[in-house]
Design a protein around this ligand. Structure first.
Ligand code: F6P
Length: 531
């Protein structure tokens, strides 16, 4: 059994150390150290991680790095790389880095990539035809969670690299409004569906896939049409066959790819279709570049480890239980949704690796929104609401859709917000700025909200791959530091089981009298609505 996390010597030292840091203001930390930016920023090629606006000093990082050593982060990294079943509750290895290892990737990975390449070629050059001989103009990815969020985010992020003549859509929700509104715009003769599901049993995906299948059959009136309009990305070849998808139309992946780490696998097929296989390869290459950095860089120059240590410091020592992610990039607008699953499904846990209840907070609530939009909704609370919120600002040096005058304004806003959050505005400063005396209380900004700014030179498939991989390894490190299995997700099971029991009650096919009073009351209401 591993040592309880809060008993590790570095954790105890941090608990003492925080007393001397907690009440220090970022204004004072910057005033005391003109080298602060140089001291607390890291570069990897053209990537820049500026964490000087975090509420920490050199000793904080020393202790945090000691904690990482005491948690055995390098040993765990080696165990992951060696293919050990570090996802011990599911007895699975964690090998998503193998998916993007380029020439060093396992043969089965290379074989599927080659099939994806050939398939993309056929779709893009119009050789692949629908049942009536029309070329494919629209692809609908049907999947949810990890089989949706990553590819959806990446396709949106890489809009500047879109292939001509093909549109990629995403349907996830069980609510028929999602599928119906998508199909309403499409022609079954020129639409291809990707049924994306690791397990091929997920309720939402199967329901949408069967409805889509009926939609195609209604137009084709011939079962053979299914082979021209349905492909799958899955680990469950028996279930894909049972659905009627031809084996040659199944792009396989493996149980050692976690759902939220799967966009690099066949689950990335919609990305390759949207932006072209060459760009998909660049995405993989960017992630691989960060893998190499993560595996080889020393602790004090290691970006993902540093991101994780900062997150732990904010969560467990400064008591910030909310984490905002603000990409100042419209194209990265869906990044917070992807990170929500990546971080919260991985590390939102209450049992440690030994099955013991943890008595320290684990992953903070992650949320976010693209800048500048967020500034006109919730930023007010960050500035003056009183809650401690740690933030990541993400900015891109060059615009992917340049129009005169926009990008410098966007970047100015990004820098202005992180600066205002960090340094605030005192009453004296407000007075000196000419604010009327009676308004001074309203124009005071306490500041001292910690943030990190991550700068990318430009948004390309390569830098997007880097960005996502940085967060993936951050998640891995946090799991090690918190002594969690980051790769299972038992917490989502209970609700699924209950939904299975409640559906017949709502349809009035099963009695509801054994249910709790609230659920019963709500079901009664729904039954009345349907009469
Ligand atoms: O419900 C959670 C989850 O299991 C996620 O972890 C996963 O990404 C998602 O459902 C979808 O699963 P599948 O790809 O098997 O359909």
């Amino acid at each position: 059994m591993s040592m309880q996390v809060p008993l590790r010597p570095a954790w105890l030292a941090l608990a003492k150390h925080v007393r001397s840091v907690r009440h220090r203001h970022l204004r004072d930390l910057f005033a005391a150290d003109p080298e602060r930016f140089d001291q607390f920023s890291l570069r990897h090629g053209p990537l820049l991680l500026d964490y000087s606006k975090q509420r920490l000093v050199a000793e904080t990082l020393n202790l945090l790095r000691q904690l990482a050593e005491q948690a055995g982060w390098r040993t765990w990294m080696e165990r992951m790389r060696a293919g050990e079943a570090i996802n011990h509750t599911e007895d699975r290895a964690v090998r998503h880095v193998d998916l993007r290892a380029g020439p060093a990737a396992p043969p089965e990975v290379k074989a599927v990539l080659e099939r994806i390449r050939l398939f993309c070629d056929q779709i893009h050059d119009g050789r692949w035809r629908g049942f009536s001989g029309e070329r494919i103009t629209d692809v609908v990815n049907i999947g949810i969670g990890g089989s949706d969020l990553g590819p959806r985010m990446a396709v949106h992020a890489l809009a500047a690299f879109e292939q001509p003549d093909i549109r990629v859509h995403f349907v996830a929700n069980l609510d028929s409004a999602d599928l119906a509104s998508t199909l309403g715009r499409l022609n079954p003769r020129s639409t291809l569906f990707i049924v994306a599901s690791k397990t091929f049993t997920t309720l939402e995906t199967m329901a949408n896939a069967h409805t889509a299948r009926r939609w195609v059959l209604a137009a084709a009136n011939d079962e053979r049409a299914i082979a021209r309009h349905f492909v799958a990305a899955s680990t469950n070849l028996a279930a894909t066959a049972e659905f009627g998808i031809a084996p040659e139309n199944v792009f396989e992946f493996w149980d050692w790819v976690g759902g939220r780490f799967s966009l690099w696998s066949a689950i990335g097929l919609p990305i390759a279709l949207a932006v072209g296989f060459r760009h998909f390869e660049q995405l993989l290459a960017g992630a691989h570049d960060i893998d190499e950095h993560f595996f080889n860089a020393p602790a004090d120059g290691n970006l993902p480890l540093t991101m994780a240590l900062i997150a732990l410091w904010n969560t467990n020592f400064l008591d910030a239980h909310s984490h905002g992610v603000f990409p100042y990039s419209h194209s990265l607008a869906l990044l917070p949704s992807h990170l929500q699953q990546l971080e919260m499904e991985s590390n939102g846990k209450r049992a440690n690796r030994d099955g013991l209840a943890v008595d320290y907070p684990t992953n903070p609530i992650l949320w976010g929104e693209a800048g500048t939009n967020g500034q006109h909704s919730f930023f007010q609370l960050l500035h003056q609401g009183g809650a401690l919120v740690a933030s990541d600002f993400i900015a891109v040096g060059r615009s992917d859709f340049p129009l005169p005058g926009h990008h410098s304004g966007l970047l100015a806003n990004c820098l202005a917000q992180s600066s205002a959050l960090a340094f605030g505005q005192t009453t004296e400063e407000a007075r000196a700025a000419g604010i009327a005396e009676h308004l001074l209380p309203f124009r005071r900004f306490p500041g001292n909200q910690p943030s990190t700014t991550l700068m990318l030179p430009e948004l390309t498939p390569f830098t997007l791959g880097q960005l996502i991989a940085l967060y993936e390894h951050k998640v891995f490190c946090l799991g090690v530091l918190w002594n969690l299995n980051s790769f299972d997700q038992w917490g989502v099971e209970l609700g699924k089981q209950l939904a299975g029991r409640l559906a017949p009650c709502i349809r009035n096919e099963a009695a509801s009298d054994t249910l709790d009073a609230s659920t019963r009351g709500l079901i009664d209401y729904l039954r009345q609505q349907r009469i």
